[in-house]
Ligand binder design. Structure first.
Ligand code: MF3
Ligand code: CO
Ligand code: CO
Length: 267
């Protein structure tokens, strides 16, 4: 079983930087719109216009394997692939917005949590914080020569120490000229051994549940994933580049300064 992962050229890496920055900019742009009363369809429309008209890029999700909207917006017990629609957001909801753009043939893929109205339960807030910590701690371990199993080795104990659980049915992925390519990036302990090399690009995107890790897919729309027990779920995602001495976060937002560096060097 051979896993094929492209090593990007300097020119390709530059295109990935641009695509990643655009995806990150969408998450920054939409933040002020994520307020009580707005519908997820309104948010999707705003992001569509911004991606297409301002960024002159392509919303990668639209028509991807039949997906009907531009972005994924997953609220509370929705784990991922929430389809934007007539649902109104309420104060205290925790919302993941996942944006993927294509620019100049390359994909940038990223997501973050928003707390509607700025306040939620302590448990919801903790779930969001721990999920971001899971992503950040895994990112900090990335450099050439490291086995990708490090991602699950780091994330699962952080989640479980907080009595949360790691979703097993969905994973991170190689990303570049394609939306989803090898390698598969599992967020729980696993034996999917794969040694990273400089020039590879992939996502880490842990989904962490407050209760059981078990999920179900909405049988009416075929997409939206919810927790089996109805408890909330959180997710953060970055697109990453393995550098000569560490990792670069291609979908970095300036708001993250002080929490994690955009470029991490290991001696
Ligand atoms: N952006 C998601 C990911 O992180 C994929 C969404 S596919 C869609 O991999 F079709 F649901 F949009
Ligand atoms: Co992804
Ligand atoms: Co994504």
């Amino acid at each position: 079983m051979t896993v094929h992962v492209p090593i990007l050229t300097a020119a390709e890496i530059e295109k990935m930087r641009i695509a990643g920055k655009l995806a990150a900019d969408v998450l920054d742009m939409i933040g002020p719109h994520v307020v009580p009363g707005v519908t997820t369809l309104e948010l999707d429309n705003i992001m569509h216009d911004y991606i297409v008209n301002t960024q002159e890029a392509i919303p990668a999700c639209l028509n991807y394997q039949g997906y009907p909207k531009n972005t994924c917006i997953s609220v509370n017990e929705e784990v991922c692939h929430g389809i934007p629609g007539a649902k109104h957001l309420h104060k205290g909801d925790i919302v993941n917005i996942d944006v993927t753009v294509i620019k100049d043939d390359f994909y940038g893929d990223t997501s973050r949590m928003y707390i509607v109205g700025g306040e939620t339960s302590p448990r919801n807030r903790r779930l969001c914080e721990v999920t971001q910590e899971c992503l950040y701690e895994a990112i900090k371990a990335i450099k050439p020569g490291v086995d990708l199993t490090v991602v699950g080795d780091i994330i699962q104990p952080i989640a479980e120490k907080n009595s949360f659980s790691v979703v097993r049915d969905y994973c991170g992925h190689g990303v570049g000229r394609e939306f989803h390519q090898e390698p598969e990036v599992l967020h729980f302990r696993n034996r999917n051994h794969f040694i990273l090399e400089a020039g590879m690009t992939f996502t880490i995107e842990p989904m962490i549940n407050a209760g059981t890790w078990k999920c179900r897919v909405n049988k009416h729309n075929g997409w939206t994933v919810t927790t089996q027990d109805g408890q909330p779920s959180a997710q953060y995602e970055h697109t990453l580049l393995v550098t000569e001495d560490g990792v670069e976060i291609l979908t970095y937002r300036s708001e993250e300064e002080g929490h994690i560096d955009r470029i991490i060097h290991h001696a």
